[in-house]
Design a protein around this ligand. Structure first.
Ligand SMILES: Cc1ncc(C[n+]2csc(CCOP(=O)(O)OP(=O)(O)O)c2C)c(N)n1
Ligand code: SF4
Length: 278
C-alpha cells in the first residue's frame, strides 16, 4: 500500500499561505517516488518554512535556526540509505545557515534542500532577509534595505553545485516533479522556491505569475555559462526549472567510506553505546 504521508496536525500558517502549496508538492513527490515514510527524514531550522516537517508523517528533525544542514549531513553520514531533505526559509538557509550552505556545496552531500524564498523573515514579522532587494522598505528597514541581495542560484552555480533549480509554490505539479528530480539526483541538490508571503511579503503571487517562464527541453542545464546568465534573470523575467546540473564523482558520504564507521548505524552497537551512559 502506498504511503499517504498525511498526519492530523493542522498547519500553523496564515490561511492562504503559499507554504501550503509546497507542503502538497513535497507530499506528492514522496508519493511519486514511492518511498516508505520510515526511509525519509525531513530536517529544518526555525521559521514558517521550517514548520513544514511537522505536517508530514515521516521522520523529522526540527533543529536550531540556520542549522538544518549540519544535522542533515550527520544523518546522511550515519545512514546513507535514508532520503534526507531540508526545508527552510531564505533567512534560515542563506542567512543564519549561509556558511553551511557554502560548505554543503563543496562537500557535495547527497541530500536535497528546499528553500522557501519569500524574501523576508516571516515568522518574526517581516524584517529583511538576505534575498530582500535593495531599497525595499520593511517594518524594520523603514528607510529601505541598504545591503545588496544574495543571488543564491548564481552563487551555487559558480561553485559548481551539482543540481540547482528554481520552483514556484504556485505550481504544485511542476514543483513536485522538480523535487522528484532533485531527490533522484546523486549529489547535493538545491531548489530555491518562490514562496510569496501573503502577510509580510513585498511581492505577491500575481507579480510572479507575470514574470515567470518555464525552461523547456531546448535549454541545456549542463552549460554553465548559460546557467550563469539564466540565474541573473530576475527584473524582467524569471526562469523556473533546472538551471544547472552536473554529475560529480565525489559525493558525500560515499567518498568518505573509509572514515565512516558502519557500526554507527548498527542498532545493537548503538544501543550498547547508549547503555554505557546509563
Ligand atoms: C539564532 C537565532 N536568531 C534569530 C532567531 C529568531 N528567528 C526565528 S524565526 C526567524 C526568521 C525566519 O525567517 P526565514 O528563515 O526566512 O523563514 P520564514 O519564517 O520566512 O519561513 C528569526 C530571525 C532565532 N530563533 N535564532
Ligand atoms: S506570515 Fe507569511 S509565510 Fe508565515 S504563514 Fe503567514 S503568509 Fe505564510
Amino acid at each position: 500500500m502506498k504511503e499517504s504521508f498525511d498526519n492530523k496536525i493542522k498547519p500553523a500558517w496564515c490561511n492562504g499561505c503559499t507554504n501550503f502549496g509546497i507542503l502538497t508538492a513535497v507530499k506528492k513527490a514522496f508519493i511519486k517516488l514511492d518511498l516508505p515514510a520510515n526511509k525519509i527524514v525531513l530536517v529544518s531550522g526555525i521559521g514558517q518554512a521550517a514548520k513544514l516537517p511537522h505536517y508530514l508523517n515521516c521522520n523529522v528533525f526540527n533543529g536550531l535556526h540556520g542549522r538544518a544542514l549540519p544535522v542533515a549531513t550527520g544523518i546522511k553520514a550515519v545512514n546513507p540509505q535514508l532520503t534526507v531533505v531540508t526545508t527552510c526559509g531564505d533567512g534560515d538557509f542563506y542567512g543564519e545557515g549561509g556558511n553551511h550552505f557554502l560548505h554543503t556545496i563543496r562537500r557535495n552531500t547527497n541530500i536535497t534542500s528546499l528553500v522557501h524564498n519569500n524574501q523576508v523573515y516571516a515568522l518574526t514579522k517581516g524584517q529583511a532577509s538576505p534575498t530582500t532587494e535593495l531599497g525595499t522598505k520593511t517594518r524594520l528597514q523603514f528607510d529601505g534595505v541598504k545591503e545588496e541581495p544574495l543571488n543564491p542560484l548564481l552563487l551555487a552555480i559558480t561553485m559548481n553545485c551539482s543540481f540547482v533549480a528554481r520552483g514556484f509554490a504556485g505550481n504544485i505539479e511542476h514543483l513536485s516533479d522538480l523535487i522528484v528530480e532533485a531527490i533522484n539526483h546523486k549529489g547535493f541538490s538545491l531548489i530555491d522556491i518562490i514562496q510569496p508571503c501573503i502577510t509580510f511579503g513585498i511581492r505577491q503571487v500575481p507579480y510572479f505569475k507575470e514574470k515567470i517562464y518555464y525552461l523547456d527541453k531546448s535549454y541545456d542545464p549542463t552549460d554553465k555559462y548559460e546557467a550563469i546568465k539564466k540565474a541573473q534573470e530576475w527584473e524582467q523575467k524569471i526562469p523556473i526549472g533546472v538551471l544547472f546540473k552536473i554529475n560529480k564523482k565525489n559525493i558525500f558520504p560515499e567518498k568518505e567510506k573509509n572514515l565512516i564507521d558502519e557500526n554507527l548505524f548498527n542498532k545493537d552497537v548503538v544501543e550498547e553505546l547508549i547503555n554505557t551512559f546509563k
